[in-house]
Design a protein around this ligand. Structure first.
Ligand SMILES: *Cc1c(COP(=O)(O)O)cnc(C)c1O
Length: 227
């Protein structure tokens, strides 16, 4: 069986190949290691192999790990569902939030971001699968929230994120990611270029990179199956 460092090397190679196949610059895709349900020791193994960005979904679990890994220079990304009573801890402990989808949460995160920290980087989460998911903005709502973001000076709007419904075939995977890219292309402005496309997971990172992903969120392929 492969260990975490070996699986990380395999994932980096998959990313490099996908960049090459897509004719994209090597290194243009950032790897976020998704560490939900993983122990601080597993995260340490990945960090020792050079992985410095980690994504967490559940706030209580994340806070315990952030505390346990204070000495490691890790950049923490919040990728889970945001609850209003959790925004302060998110604003205080994370560098990025990928799952913003309401102006109410934006307003709270903005007000609660500590002044001594850099602006909180955010992606707006878009629901690409309609009825199948309740998470994220409807495509028709994205432009409106993008426009409102100028009211939140402590937030830095970086781009869009999506979790498409699982698809077996590459063509179907690409179709969903292409939809997110087209939404971005349609609403991007010089003031809000939305240059980050947070899309692609263990089973579909090649399709996501082919469609312009700049950040893939990878759990299983790095740490093994979740129990
Ligand atoms: C769990 C999760 C991932 C990683 O999924 P894998 O299939 O394990 O790579 C990525 N993004 C989000 C939002 C997740 O919740």
């Amino acid at each position: 069986m492969l260990d975490i460092a070996q699986r990380l090397a395999v994932v980096r190679e998959r990313i490099r190949r996908a960049e090459l196949v897509a004719g994209r610059r090597p290194g243009s895709v950032t790897l976020l290691a998704v560490s939900k349900t993983r122990t601080p020791e597993e995260i340490r193994s990945a960090a020792a192999a050079g992985q410095l960005r980690f994504g967490e979904n559940y706030l209580q679990e994340a806070l315990a790990k952030i505390e346990a890994l204070r000495d490691a220079s890790i950049e923490w990304h919040f990728i889970g569902r945001i609850q209003s009573n959790k925004t302060r801890a998110i604003a205080e402990h994370f560098a990025w939030v990928h799952s913003l989808s309401s102006s109410r949460h934006a307003q709270r995160l903005d007000a609660q971001r500590p002044g001594e920290l850099p602006r909180l980087k955010v992606c707006l989460q878009v629901n690409l699968s309609g009825e199948a998911s309740k998470e994220g903005l409807e495509p028709t709502q994205v432009a409106d929230l993008v426009a409102q973001m100028v009211n939140f000076p402590r937030l830095e709007l970086c781009g869009l994120m999506a979790i498409p419904a699982p698809e077996k075939e590459l063509a179907g995977q690409r179709e969903a990611f292409a939809r997110l890219r087209r939404i971005r292309d349609r609403i991007a402005t010089p003031g809000a270029p939305l240059s980050t496309l947070s899309m692609g997971m263990s089973d579909d990172l090649e399709a996501a990179i082919a469609e312009g992903s700049t950040l893939v969120r990878i759990g299983t392929a790095i740490f093994g199956p979740r129990s």
